[in-house]
Ligand binder design. Structure first.
Ligand code: IPM
Ligand code: MN
Length: 347
């Protein structure tokens, strides 16, 4: 029997609820397919921080390295730990340490889900650079607390980093509808973003079958709302991709449907799968979090592991569920009811 070892990091807030939901769907699908998914749960979270002074143990990264993949719920409990501490102690170091440089986020409407737009037939795949750029963490503060205080935070764009994410975008476009939108702000940022545009043009010569267009991020943001059906694959820097994928989540009906995969394409370390939404403190403990984004992320995990047919069956079950109007209205169906409906559709 084929078997995979999965590290589970439920995290904070609604994270444990949606992770448990996705895990039970994954287990059902795996059983049907004759696969073994062995989960090991890690309690790393803001609660863990309160008890230990760290978001994960010192050897946390080394512990995770041995797994085939990581499924993560949500990180952050700002009432007790500042987000800048919790995220830099768990989520962001994993993305960087495991060179998960491609953050893939699909944006399309599931059947039965009504988005805020008139447009319905869009299918966008956002590819977000996930290890450098505006999230490099290079900077500092001097003269803290005085009137002379200075804060510097420098974006870092390397040729290797930009080239590999653009190449990934071209490859994805080639495998889909052959259209790539490369996103910058090179009219205002004349070093890093001009550099990105140059590399886009250089690679375009290698992919004559892909129609690539460079957009400024402001224009692309508007296009995602006004004409999303004109977009196929979108590739953007870390921060631009972060913002654009919240627009993507919004137009697909909300964060409850926004899945994501932090991929290490070289497979030199595990990849990590997580919903785009956070810990949602306002609805934590109410049992009404929508698990669909996490279930979808779980399907992306199986796909990454090579279990494409099983991943497809999970997505079919999710679609059958939303088509029946289950999990399509915020707060109407409980997390458990949505999960049970997906499992019933699988069965
Ligand atoms: C996301 C989140 C994170 C990010 C935060 C929580 C650091 O917004 O995954 O989109 O900005 O990457
Ligand atoms: Mn975000």
């Amino acid at each position: 029997m084929k078997s995979y070892s999965i590290a589970l990091i439920p995290g904070d807030g609604i994270g444990p609820d949606v992770t448990a939901a996705a895990w039970s769907v994954l287990q059902t699908a795996a059983k049907h397919a004759g696969l073994a998914l062995a989960g090991t749960e890690f309690p790393w979270s803001c609660k863990f921080y309160r008890d230990s002074g760290r978001m994960m143990p010192e050897d946390g990264i080394e512990t995770l390295r041995g797994f085939d993949a990581i499924l993560l719920g949500a990180v952050g409990w700002p009432a007790e730990v500042p987000d800048s501490v919790s995220l830099h102690g768990l989520l962001l170091p994993i993305r960087k340490a495991f060179v998960q440089y491609a953050n893939i986020r699909p944006h399309r409407l599931l059947p039965g889900v009504t988005g805020p737009l008139r447009a319905e037939n869009f299918d966008i795949l956002c590819i977000r650079e996930n290890t450098e750029g505006e999230y490099s963490g290079a900077g500092g503060r001097v003269h803290q607390g005085t009137l002379d205080e200075v804060a510097v935070e420098t974006s870092i764009f390397t040729r290797a980093g930009v080239e590999r994410i653009l190449r990934f975008g071209f490859e994805q476009a080639r495998a889909r509808r052959g259209r790539l939108a490369s996103v910058t702000k090179s009219n205002a940022q004349k070093y890093s973003m001009v550099f990105w545009d140059e590399i886009t043009r250089k690679l375009a010569a290698e992919y004559p079958d892909v129609a690539v267009t460079s957009y400024h991020v402001d224009a692309l943001a508007a296009r995602m709302i006004m004409a999303p059906e004109t977009l196929d694959v979108v590739v953007a820097s870390n921060l631009f991709g972060d913002i654009l994928t919240d627009i993507g989540a919004a137009i697909q009906g909300g964060l409850g449907y926004a899945a994501s995969a932090n991929i290490n394409p070289d497979r030199s370390a595990p990849s990590m799968f997580e919903p785009v939404h956070g810990s949602a403190p306002d609805i934590a403990h109410l049992g009404i979090a929508n698990p669909i984004a996490t279930i979808w992320s779980g399907a992306m995990m199986l796909e990454h592991l090579g279990e494409t047919a099983t991943a497809g069956r999970i997505m079919k079950a999710v679609e059958a569920t939303t088509a029946r109007g289950i999990g399509t209205t915020p707060g109407k169906d409980r997390t458990e009811a949505i999960t049970a409906a997906v499992i019933a559709a699988l069965n």
